[in-house]
Design a protein around this ligand. Structure first.
Ligand code: HEM
Length: 223
């Protein structure tokens, strides 16, 4: 069931990339709204799993064998499509049915953030040339010159503010999902290692406070 939500999310990340490239603000706003709603649904469903005690989970954990969200190629694709590129985790994706190849392909493709830069430039923001020419395989990095431009847009272009706030909502939603998943893992298996072979909770914590859109967060105290 969760995989279906990841699949839809992936589909929508592709759509929002096209919305940006096509300079279609209203379509992008509608797509981010849908993406935010999918995340809220995912987070809400964790409540059901939290009704499980560690004993009831361990009664079927052995049957999971090595199955883990760690191997979810769709989740990894979603992360890469959103610009959170971590090549070191592709090795956990099973090399079957083209799954790993799909993830590796996604790593090299421009992310939603790369398309966002193009969109902003079409809206008249002075996007630094190095961001527009950025190597698509690299993760998103914060950019101070872009932050200045975003700050100006917050003052001069109210229609963009709606978009920026939605993207911030989505970013917060993904962190909320990470937090709730970690707490679910902590209460179900504690400090045990993951079935996917990672350190479990310690591994998951590495991405907990990592924003997808660092520039949108970095300017909030200046408004
Ligand atoms: C009691 C239930 C669950 C437990 C104990 C659990 C445990 C874990 C652990 C330990 C990891 C770290 C990787 C590894 O396996 O070594 C992980 C990763 C992951 N799990 Fe779960 N999980 C549970 C439920 C879920 C659910 C319901 C979802 C679906 C939404 C999910 C999706 C993921 C994803 C996508 C990752 C990769 C996260 C990342 O790389 O940042 N898990 N899980």
């Amino acid at each position: 069931m969760f995989e279906l939500w990841f699949k839809l999310l992936l589909h929508e990340t592709e759509k929002v990339g096209r919305d940006f490239v096509g300079n279609d603000l209203y379509a992008a706003v509608a797509t981010w709204k849908r993406m935010r709603t999918i995340l809220k649904t995912l987070v809400g469903q964790i409540d059901i799993l939290e009704t499980m005690t560690p004993m009831s989970f361990s009664s079927f954990r052995d049957r999971l064998d090595t199955a883990s969200g760690f191997q979810s190629f769709q989740f990894r694709e979603v992360e890469f499509a959103l610009g959170y590129k971590r090549p070191q985790v592709t090795g956990a994706v099973p090399d079957r049915e083209g799954q790993r190849a799909a993830v590796e392909r996604r790593l090299l493709e421009p992310s939603v953030v790369d398309h966002f830069y193009r969109f902003l430039s079409q809206r008249g923001l002075q996007v630094p040339a190095e961001l527009l020419a950025k190597d698509a395989a690299l993760p998103t990095q914060a950019s101070e010159p872009l932050q200045e431009e975003l700050l100006r847009a917050y003052q001069d272009q109210p229609e963009l503010v709606i978009l920026f706030e939605l993207m911030t909502d989505f970013d917060e939603g993904l962190q909320e999902w990470r937090y709730r998943h970690i707490k679910l893992v902590e209460r179900t298996i504690g400090a045990k290692k993951g079935t996917g072979g990672s350190l479990g909770v310690e591994f998951l914590k590495q991405s907990l406070w990592k924003p997808l859109f660092p520039d949108l967060w970095a300017i909030r105290h200046r408004m």
